[in-house]
Ligand binder design. Structure first.
Ligand code: FE2
Ligand code: FE2
Length: 132
């Protein structure tokens, strides 16, 4: 079963952002499946690299939208983006350095915080403004 499902309340009203959120969810599910089926470390690292790239470009899009509209919470929102990117790199490091590291609980816990808290709180506030 997929780790994350896109939900109606994730919709932001900005179609590019929504589209990218869906793609990120797909990629996280792919990573989850890869861990579950005990794929090689290389496969897992490839997906993590792709995830980091896609998340970075998604954040760049949101940050541009926020700057263009002079969004009041831009600094706080960008700081959370940087924290999330740091966590992806930390997981990638752990995978790279430790053959036997069990990343699954950490991934499940952090994904919950990225996608539920960041989408639901930070992105939702941005999106509420975008919809007006
Ligand atoms: Fe965001
Ligand atoms: Fe987002």
């Amino acid at each position: 079963m997929a780790l994350l499902e896109f939900r109606d309340d994730f919709n932001t009203g900005n179609s590019s952002i929504d589209h990218e959120h869906k793609e990120l969810i797909n990629l996280i599910n792919e990573l989850h499946e890869s861990l579950q089926s005990k794929d090689t470390k290389n496969d897992v690292e490839d997906i993590l690299g792709e995830l980091h790239g896609q998340v970075s470009s998604h954040f760049a899009l949101e940050e541009k939208v926020m700057r263009d509209m002079k969004y009041v919470e831009v600094n706080e929102h960008c700081a959370d983006h940087n924290r999330l990117l740091g966590e992806i790199l930390d997981i990638a490091d752990a995978v790279h350095n430790d053959e036997n590291y069990d990343y699954m609980p950490r991934l499940e816990r952090e994904v919950q915080s990225w996608f539920v808290n960041h989408f639901k709180e930070m992105d939702a506030r941005l999106h509420a403004v975008l919809k007006h």
